[in-house]
Ligand binder design. Sequence first.
Ligand code: UT7
Length: 343
Amino acid sequence: MPNAFISGTGFYVPPRRVTNDDLRTVYGIDTTHEWIVKRTGIEERRFADEGVGTSDLGLLAAQAAIEKAGIAKTDLDMIIFATLSSEHCFPGSGVYLQEKLGLCDGPNAKFVPALDVRNQCSGFLYALGTATSMVKSGACKHVLVVGAEVHSAALDLTARGRGVASLFGDGAGAVVVSATEEDRGVRAWKLGADGRFADTLSQRIWDIRKRPFIPQNAEGVGQISPEFMWAYMDGKLVFKHAVERMVMVLMETCMMHGVTGEAIDMFFFHQANMRINQFIQQTLGIPEEKIVHNIHRYGNTTAATIPILLAEAEETGRLRRGMKIALCSFGSGFTWGAAIIDW
Ligand code: UT7
């Protein structure tokens, strides 16, 4: 059975910086830089311009990852696209990315499968676990895994929405998961979910149980009240479960691999709130130099946080061949996951 390793990483964030002060001065949100930094660690985020979709961001991250992997895009056997902000209700962003990569072009087009993963902040880890299994089973040699989000179009950027709108940003990260006979790669991964909390962090724009699924006015035009239009989050409950689940799944994944936390050279945590990550760090006694953050620059980019962190750490030379690293995430669903990789 081959090992599955990450042969290439890439990321892309849109150039437009939106600072905490911009939320107040440009959008009129009743907030302060101090509140957001103190509660979350976020200083600024990126917003894509109108007309830019999730697969557009994913494309640029994917191209960088494919180049780093040293393969041709036609070598890909599968695309897995993790996002909660796909361009449309259906189809998912994976097929848009496949077409933009040019994988439908020419007489020899392979028409690689494109799978969409809808596991929000844990989406990248769910996608990575799936890609690893596809590679280890021998079904695929190279799987492109993308985590990308355009949140800025779906944030209530008004005084009403401050509790959620201050937290999220746009961006994309990608990795290529490849087969190797070398003794390296994804060593262990574990995923979990607790559907009792499905509504605790959710965006229920439509309700398929209703007829029609979106209420209409007399002219037949769909009407969505703000309550359903925008994401809902019980922040304190999410926070409490996040710290518990992330600590637990990290420890379980270490046990699966037969190592303790000291054996891990670097930790890549989902970037939802600096305080969540500091709590995990303190609970597990992880030294500061083993942790990478970028929440201050990008906010929470949901499925993209971990692949962006990986790509940046590799680009700056912090993440190097031979390191043992741990990834960990928690989010809407609730869903969570962790993975240990020998880089
Ligand atoms: O990636 C998916 C997973 N998501 C998470 O992990 C998020 C987890 N939760 C959190 O990170 C935190 O709960 C938040 C950062 C979202 C909120 O922090 P908090 O310490 O739990 O604050 P809170 O929601 O209890 O709000 C405290 C106060 C409220 O005012 P009152 O009711 O005490 O008067 C809020 O209205 O802070 C107010 N508030 C704000 N004030 C200024 C909420 N958002 C803002 C804001 N600016 N942006």
